[in-house]
Each structure stands twice: as structure tokens, then as C-alpha cells.
Design a protein around this ligand. Structure first.
Ligand code: UDP
Ligand code: MN
Length: 249
């Protein structure tokens, strides 16, 4: 049977959340043998996400953990100031380790709720032995970032920033076998890692560069994009609200 793809998605309440999760769930409906692990950044599971998952038609696990207050980005902070979704990804890993599907063939992928995923990327990652890697589009102030492959091996990374990080890759650019996650129970994301080192903090205990498995035609195809959604303007909504005429009184 097909190896299961466990997709871990951190998500948080904001106006576009339902739209993001709708788009993402509709992508995942096209992927066979996918188990969606949705981790809400909240003190409780919310009705919006509970209901969306129930109606989604997907196999899923619904978790939640609030980001500690001192770690949370404040209104007006630049988005790069603190890493986002850290506790939530670690909670997804914790659940996988507790659930213990030893012997089951599977792969773990961290999919943020606002990115754009080609269906092909899931088939590329499905047979990951240890850690597979591929390019990510529209990230790092570049058209794409990518591992560079020579003779079938990753020899360096195409990135515009801190190339000497152990793994200068975006979260969307790699997947880890379930087996490796289960046999390394201490591997997790370090929210205190210096800027840009979050992915490295997880991967450095798991693989070396020459063990990376290049996918997407030796890392020559972009099959996932680090798209970001504009925050919707609410100026008129607020003006109407002030008169008691808001859309959702
Ligand atoms: N996220 C979260 N809590 C937050 C901010 C973000 O759980 O306070 C989630 C978000 O839904 C996404 C992931 O963490 O799935 C990465 O966040 P974002 O897309 O804002 O990061 P960026 O695109 O700026 O790297
Ligand atoms: Mn994002």
C-alpha cells in the first residue's frame, strides 16, 4: 500500500483563515493516503476549524496549542522578528510520536496554511527514505531557493541569505520519513534559534547534506510556492460598524 503522507499545518484565527483552510483542504482532497494534522494556535479548538475539518472529507487529527505570549508576534511587528508556528509544529510531532505507528510507511511534511502546493509535490515526497528536498518558489526575496544537485547529490544551496546555515531551506522545501521522526524522539523546532535557523534546528540532528534525497527532477522544478495572503482592508467595515451597520453584528 501507499506510504501515508502526514501533513502538519499550524493555523491561527484571522479573517482569511477559513479561505486559506478551504483552499488547502481542496488541494489535499486530490492526494491519496494523506493524513492532515491541523494544529491551532489557540487555547482551545475553535468551532470554525472543528466544523471545517468535520465537513472536509479528509482523514485528520485536530490539535491545538497556544503560542506563549512572549513568543507571539505583536500587531505592527515585522513578520521576520519571531518564528511562527513553532509550538504547533512541535505539537504535531509530539502527537505522531505518541501515536507510534512503528513499521508503518510514512512521511512527514510541514505545510503552512497560506502556501501553494502542486499535487505533484506529494508524489515526489511520498517515498522519502530519510529526508527529501526540492526547490521552493517565491521565498527569501528570490524567484526560488533550491538545493543544488551535482551527480545526484545535494552539494550546496541556492539562496541569497546566510548560505552557511546547516540547511538554508524553507519549511516547505523538505519532508522527513516517519521512521526518522520516530527513531529521533528529541528532534524538534527550536523557537529560540537565531533568525533563519528554525529549519536547521530540526534537521541538523536527523541528516547530513550528502544524505539528502533530491526530488522534483534533481531540484530543477518548482512545485511549491511560499505565497502569502494580503491582509484584507476593513476600513469601510469599521466605519459601518461604528454606525451599528457592520456585516456581522
Ligand atoms: N501561524 C500560527 N500562529 C501565528 C502566526 C502564524 O500558527 O501567530 C501559522 C500560519 O497559519 C502558518 C505558519 O504558522 O501556517 C507560518 O506563518 P506565516 O504564513 O504567517 O509565516 P510566513 O509566511 O511569514 O513565513
Ligand atoms: Mn506563510
Amino acid at each position: 500500500s501507499l506510504p501515508t503522507i502526514f501533513v502538519i499545518t499550524p493555523t491561527y484565527a484571522r479573517l482569511v483563515q477559513k479561505a486559506e483552510l478551504t483552499r488547502l483542504s481542496h488541494t489535499f482532497l486530490h492526494v491519496p493516503q494523506l493524513h492532515w494534522i491541523v494544529v491551532e494556535d489557540s487555547p482551545q479548538k475553535t468551532p470554525l476549524v472543528t466544523d471545517l475539518l468535520m465537513k472536509s472529507g479528509l482523514t485528520y487529527t485536530h490539535l491545538h496549542v497556544p503560542t506563549a505570549k512572549e513568543r507571539k508576534l505583536q500587531e505592527g511587528d515585522p513578520s521576520w522578528l519571531k518564528p511562527r508556528g513553532v509550538e504547533q509544529r512541535n505539537e504535531g510531532l509530539r502527537w505522531l510520536r505518541e501515536d507510534r505507528r512503528d513499521g508503518q510507511q510514512g512521511v512527514v511534511y510541514f505545510a503552512d496554511d497560506d502556501n501553494t502546493y502542486s499535487l505533484q509535490i506529494f508524489e515526489e515526497m511520498r517515498n522519502t527514505q530519510r529526508v527529501s528536498v526540492w526547490p521552493v518558489g517565491l521565498v527569501g526575496a528570490m524567484k526560488f531557493e533550491s538545493p543544488v544537485v551535482e551527480g545526484g547529490k545535494v552539494v550546496r544551496f541556492h539562496t541569497g541569505w546566510r548560505p552557511n546555515r546547516p540547511f538554508p531551506m524553507d519549511m516547505a522545501g523538505f519532508a522527513v520519513s516517519l521512521k526518522l521522526v520516530l527513531t529521533n524522539p528529541e528532534a524538534c523546532f527550536d523557537g529560540e534559534a537565531p533568525m533563519g535557523f528554525l529549519e536547521s534546528s530540526f534537521l541538523k540532528g536527523l541528516v547530513t547534506m550528502d544524505e539528502l534525497e533530491p526530488k522534483a527532477d534533481n531540484c530543477t522544478k518548482v512545485l511549491v510556492w511560499h505565497t502569502r495572503t494580503e491582509k484584507p482592508k476593513m476600513k469601510r467595515e469599521e466605519a459601518l460598524q461604528a454606525q451599528g451597520l457592520g456585516s456581522d453584528p
